[in-house]
Write a protein that binds this ligand. Structure first.
Ligand SMILES: [Cu+2]
Length: 354
């Protein structure tokens, strides 16, 4: 109610001001044709068009300079290279076209501004010009669309591969769990109805009547072997989530009641990634900000911040509720030997429910 009253009062004040300015205008001695733009107005508008052109170019350059280093590092998956090429080529074409067309648009707006006595030329059509401005975009767009479709199909087609590691990503408000298929390479059946079984130890609802499930391994930190294809099967317990692994250029919705799929081959281990120049520079920058914030916290008598160390992450990329921002799981990419060793230390479902 208070808001409604405040809004009404504001609206009334606005109307009053508008009426006062009208009275003020009427009280002024009448000028010749004040409502019609003259040559001065038009020139002024043309120059403003130019100023706007300079503004958009300047802000583009400034953004590149200021935030160019917050882009993701090079892809850490096989298909990621294809994905990045597609993105950069599309960017380059769009950037080139927009740079030229914006310049022409604003230049013509200035050149053909209104002038007293200037008459518009009647120009019906020009077949050659129309052919050019139709054919060039057709070729460019068809090329981009075909290239995109081929890349998309290539990335999204999950081929049968007995060698591949099968991992389930299980989403729930607000955390992730991962399930490995174990020795048999087959994930046991699962359903949210079984979540309450075994005093809540059945974290992702594995069906205890399906023998395929006994060797399954459920973890809260995702480990992946470098160089091996991983087929992900996504499930959600409650609402729509999205499994987003930015460094691997991978994202797939997790939809309650169905299983979605995505596959990729990680190529760079966490340790190798930490040694790259790009990551070193990023970590350094983050830690500079952290140390400043840490000092401020310590000055207030609170606990300081730990220095940041690079890790791959699985994030949720659908706003799924209040703690969505913090719904993440660490991903460790390691050598196949390290992965095997880690896997040996994990408990199977049969061991967990004993
Ligand atoms: Cu989520």
């Amino acid at each position: 109610m208070t808001i409604l009253l405040t809004l009404t009062v504001l609206a009334l004040i606005a109307i009053a001001l508008w009426q006062i300015t009208k009275i003020f205008e009427l009280s002024q001695p009448k000028k010749e044709n004040t409502q019609v733009a003259d040559d001065d107005d038009n020139r002024w508008n043309g120059q403003l068009m130019f100023a706007f052109l300079i503004f958009i170019y300047a802000i583009t350059l400034f953004s590149f300079w200021k935030w160019g280093d917050v882009l993701l590092p090079d892809a850490s998956s096989e298909h990621g290279i294809e994905y990045d090429n597609l993105m950069w080529i599309s960017f380059a074409i769009i950037f080139f076209t927009q740079t030229i067309t914006q310049a022409l648009l604003h230049y013509f707006a200035y050149k053909y501004r209104g002038e007293k006595g200037k008459k518009a030329l009647f120009y019906a059509d020009n077949d050659r010009l129309e052919a050019i401005w139709t054919i060039i975009p057709v070729i460019a767009l068809a090329g981009l669309i075909l290239y995109g479709l081929y890349t998309w199909t290539d990335i999204m087609t999950v081929e049968e591969n007995d060698e591949a590691l099968v991992v389930e990503l299980y989403a729930q408000q607000f955390n992730w769990k991962a399930r490995y298929s174990g020795e048999d390479g087959v994930l046991g059946d699962a359903n949210v109805r079984f979540l309450q079984d075994f005093d809540g130890k059945n974290l992702v609802g594995i069906d205890a009547t399906d023998p395929n499930g006994f060797d399954d391994v459920v973890v809260q930190e995702l480990h992946l072997p470098a160089g091996k294809e991983v087929i992900f099967k996504m499930r959600s317990q409650d609402v729509l989530h999205s499994a987003y692994m930015p460094h691997f250029r991978a994202q797939m919705n997790c939809v309650p009641g169905m299983i979605t799929e995505f596959a990729f081959t990680p190529t760079v281990t966490t340790e190798e990634m930490r040694q790259t120049e790009d990551i070193k520079a990023k970590v350094k920058k983050i830690n500079q900000i952290r140390s400043v914030n840490s000092k401020a916290l310590l000055a207030k008598g609170e606990e300081g911040l730990e220095p940041y160390v690079f890790d791959y992450l699985l994030l949720c990329n659908k706003i799924c509720g209040a703690s969505h921002y913090n719904m993440q799981m660490k991903i460790v990419v390691e050598t196949p030997e390290e992965f095997e060793k880690w896997m040996m230390d994990q408990q199977t479902f049969a061991e967990v429910i004993q």
